[in-house]
Design a protein around this ligand. Sequence first.
Ligand code: PLP
Length: 398
Amino acid sequence: MAFLDHAATTPIRPESLVALTVAYEHTGNASSLHAAGRQARKTVEEARESVAASLGCGPSEVIFTSGGTESDNLAVKGLYWARRAEARGRVRVLCSAVEHHAVLDPVAWLGSHEGAVVEHIPVDRLGRIDVDALAHMIALDPDSVALVSVMMANNEVGTVQPIAEVVRLAHAHGIPVHSDGVQAVGSLDVDFRLSGLDALTVSSHKVGGPHGAGALVVGRGVSIEPLLHGGAQERLRSGTLDSPGIAGFAAALAAAVDGHAEAAHRLTSLRNELVAGVLELVPDVVVSGDPDSAGRLPGHAHFSFPGCEGDALLMLLDARGIECSTGSACTAGIPEPSHVLLAMGVDPELARGSLRFSLGHTSTPDDVRTVLNELTPVVERARRAGRPRIRPVSDAVR
Ligand code: PLP
């Protein structure tokens, strides 16, 4: 087996498993006043300190959530509602065209239900946002912008975004900036305070922690309306705290962040070996994302195979024990070309033949060798199968 889908989820780290199982031995609810409750509260507050140290923020800025999707929703909707309450005409939401659906969809929902005017910041052929276009969009009417949301690094092609420039442009007009750091945290140097961001999304299972945990870091003094109302256990977020999940998340994050420089070095070299090998085996393959390692996540390799269907490639590789993705795992199964590739100007036909290989903390040179050993017959078979004939609308299943 070769697991090359770490961007979808990565195996749990031993440190996380220990923290998780130790916390599961206790019964308490972190809001209870008795000894068991105090023990659970201690677990949560120690985890908060640890997450804050890993991300370069204060403990009181960490809001534990159920993961990246909830954090993105809380940031986008919460910032929008708070900013619009300050000034009714503040309804423009600017986000990059290559955001994950966890940002794109709440932004679109604000457009269809809450009167937001949605504007997508264009990207270049590498998937990097056009900073001049953003400057122009803001300058048109800065007072009407509720928020800007630009991810730190893209989940499909791995392109790293110029967050410092985004923050500089937005803050010149007092506009808050949210960034989805789900793919970047644990792979790149991320320091919330130094970034100048107002809100940052982090997910546990992408750094080797349990699924269903994560955080939104919200800077001091930043106003956000809550999504969930109830016991207000997390100030901005209600719901009984998942103390074991939070402990497992904090332990995984600390391990990922502490080891990220060494891991980046190792994974960049493995990834480059994979890209070079695939180019040699399939000379007409198209590699997407920034060719400069500094502009791309270390573990990401994205290919488009002309004349192939991505899903066919994926299933043929899976049958040979190789696990990867046709793009974002969250959108896999939808047979349309990825919105990320389309925004980058990739031809829609070519985009349909795409595969993402993503390496992570358990990846080895054997994984790369396995892919290179199996790839040629897989691509030949997928090419022979070709593209499914597109039926006329009249006999399509509705
Ligand atoms: N944002 C990005 C960039 C992602 O890659 C993902 C997951 O694929 C998410 C958000 C959603 O995170 P979660 O799975 O924790 O809800």
